[in-house]
Design a protein around this ligand. Sequence first.
Ligand code: NAD
Length: 266
Amino acid sequence: MEKLLANQFALVTGASSGIGYGVARALADAGASVALNYHSHAESAEKLADEINQSGGTAFPVKADVSNPADVDAMFDACRARFGTLDIVVANSGLQRDSAIADMSMEEWQTVLGTNLTGQFLTAQAAVKEFRRRGPTSASKALGKIICMSSVHEVIPWAGHVNYAASKGGIQMFMKSLAQEVAPERIRVNSIAPGAIRTKINRDAWETHTAEQKLLQLIPYGRVGEVEDIGKAAVWLASDESDYVVGTTLFVDGGMTLYPGFIDNG
Ligand code: NAD
């Protein structure tokens, strides 16, 4: 049977660790050729590319700081040089610089907004231009697919993290407005909003038994998420199986957005 993403070319930003790593692996397993963007950890991206190439897939690492327009242009040029085009772009790169409001520096604010929000803008903008340049293909019903990696914090306020929550709240309206703008061209833009997924970004929240038990109080489904949970959602959102899904945030959060504080009748 032909794989769900056969003959398609994908780019995943922030693919050298965590969710990006898991998403890239899942897209490759579903038959896509994958460009693996990394910012700082070339070895991890090279290791994943080797793993994918050795298991019969196609992948290559590409360095770029997604907050830098020239880097993003160069990253898309590298994808065109290697693959000819892209069909699927996952804007996943993100980071936290946590601080109480009075202590938050301009640098902490701008770094988070620059990577999490401006980075997604630059990546999605380049993706739209590439889909238009290439025109329709037989590989997919859509002209192209963009997946923004959001967070439950696009709707759950987060004290001590105003920069991060503002960036993810921004992604919500960025994604919806872009989806509305480009849907007539059959470009599908959607978000995934992960809950607590076991990666280094939130290591403090799951590393010890005590921390994990506290975290589980926020997750009705009773387990911390794994990067594979997000990978499977990304494959579906990138495939023609979700062809009528446009401008939606898919929460993959074990019920974290269900107001778990009300579980005992409030
Ligand atoms: P992670 O730290 O493992 O991955 C983040 C990736 O982004 C890293 O590979 C990092 O190198 C890359 N990155 C950071 N700045 C970059 C830049 N300027 N240019 C290019 N790449 C850059 O953490 P993760 O948990 O895998 O996070 C991935 C995404 O998922 C982020 O957008 C994060 O906000 C989101 N998210 C994570 C969780 C979670 O529980 N882990 C929950 C909700 C949302």
